[in-house]
Design a protein around this ligand. Structure first.
Ligand code: PLP
Length: 419
């Protein structure tokens, strides 16, 4: 059975894979590398930092970085018409494209990890205790303290933005190793924040490796490891209970409610952490479905072949070429790929042409600005079979707010032409 599927994947066709290894959450919950308490601990840390974030980024909701949940009726109609397929249930968008500070889902994991590292340094130095008002961290004496330390990260763009913007706001010297897929405008924003951008002619895996190497040689340099970081993962995870509260506030939460969540996947950290959080909040009532570009299906290959982090798309003859820079990853995260197969319902892939069309359709119908990587989730309600009419589809829009207008209008033009 898998042979045909593997053939289609290596031919870069769009595929839908239903995961045969998924288990009920109660069966796996106690055998995961993280627990409910880790989510609680992360949420408490976000709360401790709220007074600081409020001060540094007044545009946040009193220092809490969270995104709206938006009901997209017009987009739903548009998708149904274009794909000649009806969507049972309601369509919602989780608008991480509008997350404050970093403009993408990385505002969850990336910023959390920078804050946690800053907290540890300040506590170790005897300058801070957990009961303090953390807004003191914006004072000059702390900026001076943090300027003695450095951060490094490898990124296709958005993780670099979140680490760079947050790190430099605290005073850290930040070095971002960018893969060849990274967009110029993302590098420009970083340079304006005083971040050192190191450009590589190689892919994401290599950029991460270079960042890791640089940090190993410097004991004052901390490396944010997108392939293995527990802190990134937990930064993402808090959204599960926050989303539950949002649904409650919108009077949408009811007994037996079925939720399908569609999550764009690069290395797997963001969708993995979000899935973990959602499972704790909703148990088996939530189904999580990942989506990858047809030219970067690393998690799908890792799980399908049982090679996990060793699976490299190039070994299957796939050229890592996609405009979805946030998802342009050749090998999945070790941390995530090793247990996510018990939690997700499946993975589908999507071509670049579809991504451009979807950016256009979303903007045309709802005036919402998202980047190609982010709209990968919008095809979920069309391709994913579900047996329930009373279902809530949540498409995760993972980034796009910071795209400069001229670049966005080119994306829109390209999408419109393809329709
Ligand atoms: C990083 C990113 C993702 C996926 O996150 P991973 O942790 O790499 O799986 C999805 N969408 C956008 C826009 C991103 O920047």
């Amino acid at each position: 059975m898998c042979d045909n599927l593997l053939k289609d994947i290596t031919a870069c066709k769009e595929v839908v894979w239903v995961n045969p290894k998924k288990k009920s959450f109660s069966e796996v919950k106690d055998n995961l590398p993280f627990s409910y308490n880790d989510i609680v601990d992360a949420e408490k840390r976000w709360q401790r930092f709220a007074p600081l974030l409020k001060k540094l980024f007044p545009e946040t909701e009193n220092g809490i970085i969270e995104s709206p949940l938006y009901k997209a009726d017009k987009l739903k109609t548009k998708l149904e018409e274009y794909y000649s397929n009806s969507i049972d249930g309601e369509l919602f968008l989780k608008c991480d494209n509008y997350l404050k500070v970093a403009g993408s889902v990385k505002a969850r994991g990336g910023i959390y990890e920078v804050l946690k590292h800053a907290e540890s340094l300040a506590i170790e130095a005897g300058l801070l205790s957990e009961n303090d008002d953390y807004s003191v961290l914006a004072e000059d004496r702390f900026r001076k303290f943090f300027s003695e330390y450095k951060l490094a990260v490898g990124s296709t763009g958005n993780l670099g933005l979140s680490i760079g913007i947050m790190g430099s706001a605290l005073g850290f010297k930040v070095f971002v190793h960018m893969s060849k897929d990274a967009k110029e405008w993302k590098k420009d924003i970083l340079r304006r924040h005083g971040v050192t951008v190191i450009e590589h002619e190689a892919d994401y895996t290599k950029a991460v490796e270079e960042g890791r190497k640089q940090a190993e040689a410097d004991e004052r340099m901390y490396f944010v490891d997108d392939e293995n970081s527990k802190d990134l993962f937990l930064g993402y995870s808090v959204v599960g209970f926050r989303l539950k509260q949002q649904l409650k506030d919108m009077n949408l939460l009811k007994d037996g409610l079925r939720i399908n969540v569609y999550l764009p996947c690069g290395v797997g950290g963001a969708p993995g952490g979000i899935t973990f959080g959602l499972k704790h909040a909703f148990g088996d009532n939530v189904s999580c479905i990942f989506v990858e570009p047809t030219h970067a299906p690393c998690m799908l290959l890792g799980l399908l072949t049982g090679k996990y982090e060793e699976a490299d798309v190039s070994e299957y003859g796939i050229k890592l070429e996609t405009e979805a820079d946030g998802l342009a990853v050749a090998k999945p995260s070790k941390l995530v790929s090793r247990f996510i197969e018990y939690l997700i319902d499946g993975i589908y892939t999507i071509s670049d042409d579809e991504l451009f069309k979807l950016v256009y359709m979303l903007y045309d119908s709802e005036s919402i600005k998202a980047e190609p990587s982010a709209v990968a989730s919008l095809k979920g309600p069309i391709v994913w079979e579900n047996g329930s009419e009373d279902i809530l589809h949540i498409c995760w829009l993972t980034g796009g707010m910071l795209i400069p207008d001229d670049i966005f209008s080119n994306i829109i033009k390209r999408g419109k032409l393809l329709l």
